[in-house]
Ligand binder design. Structure first.
Ligand SMILES: [Fe+2]
Ligand SMILES: [Fe+2]
Length: 246
């Protein structure tokens, strides 16, 4: 519901209830009516925000939390991908010394680091480590995980504010696929939240392995979502970066 519709509905409900029985009853109904639209507004979710960039985003076929690949309808907009699929990108004359290779190397580094974070946090959450090893491993992985989180935030910000607008000017057919990627960034930022909060409040040295389970799950979720997003992002943007999409 738009803000304007919400306000209209609020006034309509208030208008109907003001003339109900007795002043106290009217006041009570006024309070109830005033609360309803405000509660609806508070229920605005991450997926609502993502859907504001890509209207079909709540469907499992598009939502990065659930999708298995890019849908055919989106692939149809990717001019250049059929001729230049991922296994051929390195053959393109502009690949080796250009942005495409650089961008892929950044992605590979992020996926690699997230894999280390994911596996190490899971190890910390399992029984079998000595207390000394757990303390050492926790001390090693915490700064790597914080760096991975910061890198993801900075990377997405750069793409949203600079790279995607430039690509859209070069290849207008990418408008809808790029909107999907921007919606993904909203979800990625949201799944990074629990990991960031857990990193700011790590279990103490004498905590049991189970105390690491929540942060391990947060790390796994971030890594899984980032891998899906990056694979799909490359299929959308690399042909455009190589100049073979319009
Ligand atoms: Fe991205
Ligand atoms: Fe990216």
């Amino acid at each position: 519901m738009s803000a304007l519709m919400g306000v209209s509905r609020l006034f309509a409900v208030i208008g109907c209830t003001l003339y109900a029985r007795g002043p106290e009853r009217r006041l009570q109904r006024l309070r109830e009516a005033a609360c309803a639209p405000i509660s609806s507004a508070m229920a605005y979710t991450v997926l609502d925000a993502a859907a504001s960039r890509f209207p079909d985003y709540r469907t499992p076929e598009h939502n990065v939390l659930e999708r298995a690949c890019l849908q055919a309808e989106l692939r149809a907009a990717l001019t250049g991908l059929a001729q230049w699929p991922p296994q051929r990108w390195a053959e393109h004359p502009d690949y080796a010394n250009g942005l495409a290779r650089h961008w892929q190397e950044i992605h590979r580094a992020m996926v690699h680091n997230l894999g280390i974070v994911e596996r190490t946090l899971r190890t910390l959450a399992e029984d079998g480590l000595s207390d000394a090893d757990r303390v050492r491993l926790a001390g090693e992985i915490a700064p790597i995980a914080r760096h991975a989180v910061d890198h993801l935030h900075g990377h997405h910000r750069l793409e949203d504010q600079s790279m995607f607008p430039q690509l859209l000017r070069a290849a207008p057919s990418l408008a809808r696929p790029l909107n999907l990627l921007e919606a993904d960034h909203i979800v990625l930022n949201a799944v990074l939240g629990p990991l960031e909060r857990a990193l700011a409040n790590l279990p103490t040295a004498d905590a049991p392995a189970s105390a690491w389970d929540e942060i391990a799950k947060a790390g796994e979720r971030v890594a899984r979502v980032a891998r899906r997003h990056i694979e799909d992002e490359e299929e959308i943007v690399i042909p455009a970066v190589l100049g073979v999409a319009r």
